[in-house]
Write a protein of this length. Sequence first.
Length: 171
Amino acid sequence: MTDEELSIRLASAGDEPTLRALLATGSLFSADLSTARQEYLLVERAGKPVGCIGLERAGESGLLRSFAVAPEHQARGVGTLLFARMLALARERGVRGLYLLTATAERYFLARGFERIDRWAVPAAIASTEEFRGSCCATAACLMLLLEGMEGDSRPRPRGQELTELLKGAT
Ligand SMILES: CC(C)(COP(=O)(O)OP(=O)(O)OC[C@H]1O[C@@H](n2cnc3c(N)ncnc32)[C@H](O)[C@@H]1OP(=O)(O)O)[C@@H](O)C(=O)NCCC(=O)NCCS
């Protein structure tokens, strides 16, 4: 299958069951998932859902969440595409600091510019999100990425021309 068959879009309320199913493939928390309260990007390959990522905004801060690629589609750049498009979306929305909790992919995010921080150091609006308050993530690593001043930097880019072309589209 080729990357021409990949498409990415903002998910709507009707996509919630699909998002939950994707998150279940990665054993990720989805109890509070709501397209009304969070924004999700959904990648489809030949019309079938293969990955998603979510942004929960709280003023100028954002919680990066619900990042999953179906196991049979992993390690082919879908996660990188989702992540890059999510950064663009977060900037568009005026987010200056991105936060996340992860029990499974700390190295993935450290390699993409995030830094580990103490959990108590997050803004109050992030600390009050259900993900931060929930006991499911009590032992997860807390990471942050400042979005300001990232233009022209040398952070990792999506692999391949096809992904680069996809990144040019509007969400
Ligand atoms: C994390 C995840 C979304 C990445 O998606 P993907 O489409 O496989 O990612 P890409 O193809 O863009 O990137 C693959 C690269 O990331 C690395 N990687 C993938 N998962 C990783 C993890 N959990 N920790 C560290 N590195 C990881 C791969 O080794 C690969 O490295 P390489 O480019 O040097 O070969 C996917 O592995 C996944 O759904 N995992 C289960 C759910 C999860 O842990 N989500 C994160 C919760 S916050």
